[in-house]
Design a protein. Structure first.
Length: 467
């Protein structure tokens, strides 16, 4: 009788999930890789739909060779029966039981049915999502997130518009502006609120990851070669238009982070791709009872959470890019394989990954400090500006809840205004509402990781088959 191999469910097929899958499968564990997309790769390695017939998809990516190695490794493991890849599965809950875990996922684009799978361990690699802070006009058609513009380009081979402004703060702006310009869009400006001096003051710490500096310099040089104006220490004050976006007003920021009077400039455009950084996806981990460090899942040196049998890797444990996600995924996969098979892992086997992890975590901690949005951004949000799109709650309503009704925390603001009660459950609007309210933004505890039809919750469930 053959020995039953333990089953590891890896949720998320981006860089961290793929690295974890390959590391665990190579060490005697059966892996079920679950992802919401039609193809593995995540946002970073997002592929055009096969029906589009893209002849050179690599033109939209960097680190393409790394993707090819990951894809080849996954194909080999799939062919050997060591990995099962479940696509178009939207995980909404993971239940911890006495003998393991049950992963519940909605099926396909309609998401009206749910299926469950059993696993002995779970590795959460659900990545991050964009933070966008509100400003007047940000709800106009034509205003998109920077990641959304990148997804349209990578996945659909579609430009979001002919003339674009890329604005906000953070390292995502450079590749998005470069990608749009290379694909044929006119990039009217890259508007970055960070000060160059903040990077200079952190030069020694940033030099710990020279490859990332070279990567950023490459993007910047390509933008300058194409004649794209790069406006540092600037911000978008307002987006203008009747039926859709027609122009944006940008202004320089003074030493205190407030707009400099008289520095306003109107930039005609039909697309504004805006981002103020990324936030970790923590809902599944939080629902399992995993501890958080600030907005990220807390893990140890093996990428284990404080819930036995649950690992986390990639940007769910802190925003840090693809290279850091690959290192964390490799460590998590090796650790999970050893622990599920009842043996102790050998940290020496992942020494290089651990070194890369430490170096990149330090780099991105400094970068995050340099790219922090100005503390005074809420002053530019008018009372008429919608800050919660789902419930159409304005900044004025939030300020009234705080000033007139005595709300002192986000929960009370939510109860008084309904901000955060809509489809996204505060995932998108919470930073903006918190900033306008002057409250601390603490991650909300959510039972479900995504909206689920009532019919799915009410339907009787059969136990998932044993793996």
């Amino acid at each position: 009788m053959t020995e039953r191999r333990p089953v590891l469910a890896v949720i998320g097929a981006g860089p961290a999930g793929l690295a974890a899958t390959l590391a665990a499968a190579a060490r005697g564990v059966r892996v079920t890789l679950v992802d919401s997309a039609a193809e593995p790769g995540g946002q970073f390695y997002r592929q055009p739909a096969r029906g589009l017939g893209a002849r050179r998809p690599r033109a939209l990516h960097h680190q393409w060779r790394t993707w090819e190695r990951l894809r080849a490794g996954l194909d080999a493991r799939l062919a050997a029966g060591e990995v099962t890849c479940l696509k178009d599965r939207h995980v909404w809950c993971v239940e911890r039981e006495s003998t393991g875990f049950t992963v519940h996922a909605l099926l396909g684009p309609e998401q009206r049915e749910s299926a469950a799978l059993r696993a002995d361990g779970v590795l959460i690699a659900t990545g991050g999502y964009e933070k966008v802070l509100p400003f007047p006009g940000w709800t106009l058609p034509g205003v998109v997130t920077a990641g959304g513009a990148q997804a349209l380009l990578k996945g659909g081979l579609v430009l979001p518009g002919r003339t674009a402004v890329v604005a906000g703060t953070g390292p995502l702006l450079l590749p998005v502006a470069t990608g749009l310009a290379a694909a044929g869009a006119e990039v009217a400006a890259l508007v970055e609120s960070a000060r160059p001096g903040d990077f200079v003051r952190r030069a020694r710490a940033l030099a710990q990851a020279p490859a990332k500096l070279v990567e950023g310099a490459g993007y910047l040089s390509r933008l300058l070669y194409r004649g794209v104006p790069v406006r540092t220490r600037h911000t978008v004050l307002e987006a203008h238009g009747d039926e859709r976006l027609e122009a944006v007003t940008v202004a320089a920021l003074g030493p205190a982070g407030r707009p400099v009077p008289g520095s306003e400039r109107l930039l005609p455009c039909d697309t504004l791709a805006v981002s103020h950084g990324l936030l970790p996806h923590t809902d599944l981990a939080d629902g399992l009872g995993c501890g958080l460090d600030g907005p990220a899942v807390r893990v140890d040196d093996e990428q284990r959470t404080d819930v036995p049998g649950v690992w986390a890797a990639g940007e769910t444990t802190g925003i840090g890019g693809a290279a850091l996600s690959l290192a964390e995924g490799h460590i998590a996969g090796r650790s999970a394989a050893a622990r599920l098979r009842g043996t102790a892992p050998e940290p020496g086997g992942w020494a290089r990954a651990a070194e890369a992890r430490a170096r990149l975590r330090a780099f991105f901690a400094e970068l995050d400090g340099a790219c922090a949005p100005s503390a005074h951004w809420p002053e530019q949000v008018t009372d008429a500006t919608v800050v919660c799109r789902c419930e159409e709650v304005t900044a004025g309503a939030v300020r009234e809840a705080v000033g007139s009704l005595g709300a002192g925390d986000l929960r009370t603001v939510k109860l008084l205004t309904r901000a955060g009660m809509g489809w996204c459950q505060g995932r998108m609007c919470e930073p903006g509402v918190a900033g306008v309210a002057g409250c601390a933004a603490a991650p909300a505890r959510r039972l479900l990781a995504r909206p689920v039809p009532l019919g799915v919750l009410a339907a009787p469930t059969d136990p998932p088959p044993a793996q």
